[in-house]
Design a protein around this ligand. Sequence first.
Ligand code: PNW
Length: 514
Amino acid sequence: MRQHSNCVGEMTIIVLSLLLALCYASPRQERRFPDDFLFGAATASYQIEGGWNADGKGENIWDRMTHTNPDVIKDKSNGDKAANSYNNYARDVEMMRELGLNAYRFSISWARILPNGLANQINEPGVEFYNNYINEMLKYNITPMVTLYHWDLPQKIQDLGGFLSPLFPEWFEDYARIVFQRFGDRVKHWITFNEPCEICFEGYGSSAKAPILNATDVGTYMCAKQLVIAHARAYHAYDKDYRSDQGGVCGITISVNWYGPLTDSEEDKFAAEILRQAKWGIYAEPIFSEQGGFPKEFVERVAKNSEEQGYPRSRMPEFSPEEIELVRGSADFFGVNHYTAVLISATEHKHWFPVSSLYADADVGMYTLPEWASSASDWLTFAPNSLLNSLSHLRNKYKDAVFYITENGWSQAGAGLEDDDRISYYRSALNNVLDSLEAGIKLKGYMAWSLLDNFEWMQGYTERFGLYEVDFESSEKTRTPRKSAFIYKEIIRSRTIDPEYEPPTRTMWIDEGH
Ligand code: PNW
């Protein structure tokens, strides 16, 4: 009996060892990106184009601010010349071909098309520039993804109140219709706004971006309402009058960093939720939630604070039932700009805000772990799995949504081609993209920020995000691929991430086969 059971035991061990051996001998299942997944890179007009007053372009709020108040920019620079993509666009497309990109996300400068922002006068050379850019991409099968608004508001529109004017949604729709009309035969992916939080909070509710209005208590919320209505009007214009002929999609890009609770306590979880609502929920909920309108808990918080502060009504405006209906469901996809994570506490790491503002309303503590590597940007640390956490959260909230990562990237201080930190960051983020796809999230593409070094807003040229380095001193604005460009190229070519891959040469070539 004893012998028999020994024998069974031995057999089991042999079978198990055989199974184990088989597992290790067979090639590991490689995780692949689907063939129709769009790999791209992103930029924005003011950050790369230059040609600030070329061929009839009008003045925008970044031209005005950097010319009249250069001290607000860290190196006192501006985007007058930037990477001169206005003249170097063919080289930009050549770089896209070198990388083997499937898609390229760029933005249209409103004032280059409509010099005074209003739709009475179209600047044809501006239209021609974007025609050339788009046609050059299409020649090589690169899908253009176009942002209508990436922060460079025509100065005339700002003079009339900008996003705070009740006419703003109308002006934006007029502009959007012209852009759909002129480019929609070839452009099938539209993004209305890039990063509402940065537009409304940074531009209107603080002094972190043009037009540095610093209307801290109400600026953010007034802008938020106008912005989502403007978005919805452009979306419906496309849906009703252009989609049947042109057959494209129209969405919006919102920055969604991961705000998780510092501890497992209910208070911290609620604090994290409040910050998510303050930073991106006030733009996402009206468009993507089933019920529409601003997010409930944050609305209650602002109403309560407003009352205590003696305001006769909440600083957060309300939507009418018609406005809720107009905005609800007005997007074919959710563009996610994702960079980093911050841990949120109800009690620890709090700052005191002297005036009422978005952060004073949220009233939470923010903390980043010391072991998260830092970039050249003070807000950007390498927090593992932040992209997966954000996308999983969004998918649970907005069940049917289709997503694109419309920006993701890493900064370095100044020039330098050996960018191993950026490579680790991209590999980790792209592994999170694979995790998301495996989890069934409808993620259709990934745009690296950025194709090339550019004007990093208030940081001027001191922080660089490019896969290609730009020599801003040279009159040609010479572009040179960084090591990360070779790594990204190989990921796109092979549709897999090889953590060991080292580029064999430092010469970029165009792979005609792609
Ligand atoms: C984005 N954050 O801005 C913009 O869309 C780009 O124009 C910009 O160059 C890029 O990211 C890098 O800054 C962000 O604080 C600014 O989390 C700040 C944050 C996120 C995105």
